[in-house]
Design a protein. Structure first.
Length: 463
């Protein structure tokens, strides 16, 4: 417990208590001594049921919406969920109107697009899968879009560093759970929509509705930039909506693309010429969206084109790793059917393709066999291993991926699987290590065990 953030409870809400508050959350697992615990009602869980755990973890005050039996200072209020945003805002002294928010959503490409935007705008912070980034400073986050109290804490950190431009990855779950309900965006971008997180949303229609909710959070003069080649997105409407893509009915048409091993040349509307160090057709979409957002944000064309040309590879996103080996290693977060298809298409011309992947436990089981077949049909060696198994058995997940096929390698321990993949690679091969990107954990049961694909690869060459 520290006093970096410190308020008395009566500074946050009108009451007769004068108790010091060192933190605020509605997640009992995150409570530390001196915290305020707010028992909000979640989409799938009522945090009122976890007041006891919050007390055991040391909270000093509870705000709830009904009577409790515990001997702890507390207040009973109405509209507890709406109040929670206001409590977080007051605790961190935030003026949300001072920020220029850019929101990026979609099934694939959020991290890459948002990171490009962060790097081509002037003084811009990034919040997303790779944490919070501003200039060279980085801090981790627990979700693609952090929970409300964590998000407001992150925004306080951004504000204290003198930055008010923020590009965010906005996940479907964040929109479902209203984590960004109080934010108003200057620009939003939609990368694509294919099926994902159906374990949460239940139906594809629900998933799409959640994504489209981001339009409702635009400012009155806000702008939407949409991948018009996407079948679902092509039909959405907004008064300030601009489409881009290869199809000629888009507002901004990608008229020419030339792919090289380490660069991609892109031409828009037969006029705008961009050279990007990011490879693959899917990265053409990511780069063009980022360019257009920068353009509508008011950055000069020459600066945008120059900054895109100087981009560095995005960590864990089609990241080519060089440890002096005579074959290529690609680290990528691809875990959706569409994301994996994109990676396979990008590296399909190699004569020897080694692919390592798995599927996460507690997620869509119906996609596992499709992914397994795609991997085996597009590789010389297919290696199946663990990827955040949670409460499922790794072997059961692999069984569902491989079906009746026998031409594959099964190594359940991911570290050993990566070592094996690297050991069999030869000159001219490509080793695609898919699924976790630069994640720094392995989700096993309800724990996040420290783990990193990158560290495993790096240590392999060190040793």
């Amino acid at each position: 417990m520290g006093d970096d953030f410190l308020k008395n409870i009566n500074e946050l809400i009108e009451c007769n208590y004068n108790i010091k508050i060192y933190g605020i959350t509605d997640d009992s697992r995150l409570v530390e001594p001196g915290y305020l615990f707010v028992a909000t009602k979640g989409y799938n869980v009522d945090h009122f049921d976890y007041i006891k755990m919050a007390i055991e973890n040391g909270c000093s005050f509870v705000i709830c919406d009904r009577k409790i039996e515990y001997d702890i200072p507390h207040l009973i209020v109405e509209n507890i969920n709406d109040l929670f945003y206001e409590l977080c805002r007051k605790f961190y002294d935030l003026d949300l109107d001072k920020f220029n928010f850019i929101g990026i959503t979609g099934t694939d490409g959020k991290t890459t697009t948002a990171t490009i935007i962060k790097n081509i705008l002037n003084k811009c912070a990034y919040i997303g899968t790779n944490g919070v980034e501003l200039d060279t400073k980085e801090i981790p986050t627990s979700n693609t879009t952090p929970c409300v109290s964590e998000l407001y804490k992150d925004l306080k950190y951004v504000c204290d560093n003198g930055i008010n431009n923020v590009v965010m990855e906005v996940s479907s779950e964040a929109l479902l759970h209203d984590r960004v309900k109080q934010l108003r965006y200057s620009i939003v971008g939609f990368t694509n929509i294919t099926g994902d997180h159906l374990n949460v949303h239940k139906t594809f229609e629900n998933y799409v509705k959640c994504k489209i909710k981001l339009l409702d959070l635009l400012k009155d003069d806000g702008i939407a930039i949409v991948n018009g080649d996407d079948e679902i997105l092509h039909n959405i409407k907004h008064k300030n909506l601009y489409t881009f893509g290869f199809n000629t009915d888009n507002n901004f048409v990608i008229t020419n693309v030339k792919y090289n091993k380490n660069t991609t040349f892109i031409e828009i509307n037969n006029d705008i010429k961009i050279t990007s160090p990011l490879i693959g057709k899917y990265n053409v979409y990511n780069v063009v969206m980022a360019y257009l957002i920068g353009k509508f944000f008011g950055v000069e064309d020459s600066l945008l084109i120059s900054r895109i040309n100087k981009l560095r590879p995005i960590k864990g996103r089609c990241e080519l790793l060089d440890f002096g080996q005579d074959y290529d290693i690609v680290l990528d977060y691809a875990h959706t059917i569409n994301g994996i298809r994109n990676i396979l298409n990008t590296f399909k011309n190699y004569s020897n393709i080694i692919i390592l992947t798995g599927c996460a436990g507690g997620r869509e089981k119906e996609k596992r066999r499709t992914i397994g077949k795609m991997i085996m049909e597009n590789s010389n060696v297919s290696i199946f291993t663990m990827d955040d198994p949670r409460y499922e058995k790794v072997d059961d997940i692999i069984d569902q991926m491989v079906g009746d096929d026998t031409d594959y390698v099964r190594i359940t321990d991911r570290e050993e699987a990566i070592k094996y993949a690297l050991s069999i690679a030869k000159k001219g091969s490509v080793v695609l290590i898919l699924g976790k990107g630069r994640d720094n954990y392995m989700a096993i049961k309800d724990k996040k065990i420290p783990y990193s694909d990158y560290d495993v690869i790096s240590n392999y060459f060190k040793n």
